[in-house]
Design a protein around this ligand. Structure first.
Ligand SMILES: *Cc1c(COP(=O)(O)O)cnc(C)c1O
Length: 442
């Protein structure tokens, strides 16, 4: 099986195979998987596995590509913190002028501790914001509250009144637009818990604008995640644009349209299209209905910024065969990366080093973790070059919804995270120890 070097060549400078002639066998060298200028094998040896590795350059480049695609519109990118909330990554984005979309008081604290000045570019989303969380966000002076129900509207009015501080708000409307994605991450239909029905929005805006410490400023929408067809984004935006016209007619001030996040990435075909082409198509779909509307567009990408910029490196613990069915048992598991177990998600998996000669055989195997759940797998019936016990594999596109969803199930300490910039690798989160897990228990 040929190495995926062509695949990966389309993804510089993040993760690429480089051929080394210093192979063990004189007749063939090795393909060695690098993150920027650092071999993943070295990182695995030094920091252990399972290990999350991110490319800082790739995160910056994806942010820049996203930003460039919207250059013709006044816009602010509010990176969705829940996709990957590591402080160093938030700081890296804040330095580029990025804002943030938070969905909890905890995420707000992360943003503030990464960069206190970023507060004025924070939007706060989520169906269940508590009064404590609303109060903390008011004190921090965030840009916009995305309110998702009438009850929340009154809770916000109450908190703002108590602080005598005006709360800038948008209603998150539910546009009733279907988007092709996994049912767990589709959010834009009336049957979903998110937002207020777009038909009821006008009445709620009227109520909100009557409150002393509430200031209507925008309309917000988010139809789901991992959406690869841009048409539903355009459809939702068209409905929002109509609503903005009506609201302005009603006398409301609308400065912002928040388009949410959700742009998908190509998990199955990592080399399918350049990101800049994908994001340009997305930008065109959003921009078309906004023509002539004088608004600032807020964007909340998460996955599309960090997803392809991270991998999970894991080691093969055992090879195993049950009645002819092959398993690679690896040291990473569903507690480290839950996407395959939770969504049946596909992740490309490739060896961290691979012999460069064509004699390497491939096999069809499951790649499973040690957790006591049948759902604990990274891949099923996957064709992979034959690897040995002790070899390392890289699970690609693990930068988003990877570490943030990691748990301690089976009392497994969570992995370390390393950020690579050029030749430099830096631990940005230490590997957890079992003693960390036991602290706090009686
Ligand atoms: C999850 C979420 C996002 C980010 O979605 P991605 O698919 O990662 O881009 C943005 N906005 C809101 C309100 C979200 O819930």
């Amino acid at each position: 099986m040929s190495p995926r070097s062509q695949n990966l060549a389309a993804r510089p400078p993040g993760f690429v195979y480089r051929e080394t002639k210093r192979g063990i066998l004189r007749r063939g060298g090795l393909f060695v998987l690098y993150c920027e200028d650092v071999p993943l094998q070295k990182l695995a040896e030094h920091y252990g596995t399972p290990l999350y590795v991110y490319s800082a350059t790739m995160i910056r480049e994806r942010y820049d590509a996203f930003d460039a695609a919207f250059r013709d519109l006044p816009h602010t990118i509010c990176y969705s913190v829940k996709a990957n909330s590591n402080l160093t990554i938030l700081r890296l984005l804040a330095r580029k002028g990025c804002g943030f979309d938070v969905v909890s008081g905890g995420e707000l604290e992360r943003v503030l501790s990464a960069d206190r000045k970023a507060a004025k570019k924070v939007v706060f989303s989520g169906v269940g914001k508590t009064r404590e969380e609303l109060t903390a966000a008011l004190k921090a002076g965030i840009m916009l509250f995305n309110v998702e129900s009438e009850s929340e509207l009154w809770a916000l009015a109450e908190c703002a009144g108590r602080l005598r501080k005006t709360a800038p708000l948008a209603l998150r409307v539910n546009p009733d637009v279907a988007a092709e994605t996994h049912p767990y991450i589709s959010t834009g239909l009336h049957k979903h818990k998110f937002g207020v029905p777009i038909r009821e929005a006008r009445a709620l805006y009227a109520k909100g604008s009557g409150a002393r410490y509430l200031a209507v400023r925008g309309v917000s929408v988010h139809i789901g995640s991992q959406i690869t067809d841009v048409a539903p984004f355009g459809e939702a935006m068209a409905r929002v644009a109509d609503l903005v016209g009506e609201l302005r007619g009603d006398g409301h001030r609308i400065d912002y349209i928040d388009a949410g996040g959700g742009l998908g990435i190509a998990y199955e075909k990592p080399n399918a299209l350049e990101f800049s082409a994908d994001v340009a198509a997305y930008a065109r779909a959003l921009a078309a209905p906004l023509r002539g509307l004088d608004v600032r567009l807020l964007l909340e990408p998460g996955r599309s910024i960090v997803g392809p910029a991270g991998v999970l490196v894991t080691s093969v613990v055992y090879r195993k065969k049950n009645d002819g069915k092959r398993f690679l048992v690896v040291d990473g598991a569903m507690n480290d990366l839950i996407r395959p177990a939770l969504y049946g998600a596909y992740h490309e998996i490739i060896p961290v080093t691979q012999r460069a000669d064509s004699a390497v055989k491939s096999e069809v195997t499951d790649i499973v973790g040690p957790v006591c759940e049948t759902g604990d797998f990274f891949a099923r019936d996957r064709e992979l070059p034959v690897v040995d016990e002790g070899d390392r594999l890289a699970v690609l596109d693990a930068g988003a919804y990877g570490m943030v969803l990691a748990s301690n199930y089976n009392t497994r300490p969570r992995p370390a995270e390393v950020l690579v910039t050029g030749k430099t690798a830096k631990v940005i989160r230490k590997r957890e120890k079992v003693s960390d897990l036991l602290r706090g228990e009686m």
